[in-house]
Ligand binder design. Structure first.
Ligand code: SF4
Length: 278
């Protein structure tokens, strides 16, 4: 089906947003910047898991916590996590980020090490889970179950949420975006999985901007809302629907997109011609 005039205009404005963003500079303010500091793919997928899992709360405090956790894991995190207990617990002793404690992070990383031992990489484990479950959501749920292990305490269940439970699972979907989308200076394209199947990670910024752009009218930040926004974006780019996520999210992080019209801010916004607030 040919794209509608509205979709063509949306695509045009989103491309304009991409063109105006300094992705290199913005990346260094984002947790994904940590992943680019490592050269080895094994380290990158482990660092991505740590950085995305902790991406909860204020950006500066997230970056401080990620730096602390990675400092504790040393220069080769994939090798460190393979050593398991008690070394992981010792290295992460005293770690705190909001409701997460060192033992929660250590348990998730022991789960990651188990998956890497069994499948060779986290990417292979995820791909296998999706194949066996027959859907991204089911596969991600199985992958998350394996990361958590049995009898997970509350903090660990929050650190690694369950996609079956209905929440948007923003941090898990963010991790997928980083690992799966083609390398573009922000995302890394490490995993052999089709970007066409990704679902957008919905946080408060993406939710608000998606509503401003008419990509969803839903008021809850749920998995269903994430699917609805992704469907709307898929009409603009079926092969890579979450391509605009980073640019949209940082429009929100920079506080450049208010929840209601604001002449001072909106005057500069390239999305204004397609914004429902105007
Ligand atoms: S015009 Fe204003 S409200 Fe609309 S997307 Fe741009 S900054 Fe946000």
């Amino acid at each position: 089906m040919a794209p509608s005039a509205r979709d063509r205009q949306l695509a045009d404005r989103l491309e304009a947003l991409l063109a105006t963003q300094d992705r290199g500079r913005t990346r260094e303010t984002d947790p994904v910047g940590f992943v680019h500091r490592y050269e080895d793919d094994a380290d990158r997928e482990v660092v991505g898991l740590v950085a995305s899992s902790l991406a909860f709360g204020n950006v500066s405090s997230v970056r401080r916590s990620v730096a602390r956790a990675l400092g504790a894991l040393g220069p080769h995190p994939a090798r460190t996590i393979a050593r398991g207990r008690p070394e992981l617990e010792r290295r992460l002793d005293g770690f705190v980020h909001r409701v997460y404690r060192g033992p929660h992070l250590a348990a998730m990383l022991r789960g990651a090490a188990r998956l890497r031992r069994r499948h060779g990489s986290l990417g292979a484990a995820f791909g296998r889970a999706v194949k066996e479950e027959g859907s991204l959501r089911g596969g991600l749920a199985r992958f998350a179950d394996a990361l958590r292990g049995q009898d997970a305490p509350r903090g660990l269940r929050h650190l690694v949420p369950n996609p079956r439970a209905g929440s948007a699972c923003k941090r898990l979907l963010l991790y997928l975006r980083w690992m799966v989308r083609p390398a573009d200076g922000v995302d890394l394209g490490l995993w052999d999985f089709s970007p066409a199947r990704l679902i957008i990670p919905v946080d408060t910024h993406i939710h608000r901007i998606a509503r401003n752009l008419g990509l969803t009218a839903r008021t809850d930040a749920s998995w269903t809302t994430a699917e609805e926004i992704t469907e709307a974006l898929r009409r603009l780019d079926p092969n890579d629907p979450v391509r605009f996520d980073f640019a949209l999210c940082h429009l929100g992080v920079a506080r450049d997109c208010p929840s209601r019209r604001d002449e001072a801010k909106c005057r500069r916004c390239v999305l204004r011609p397609v914004c429902l607030r105007w």
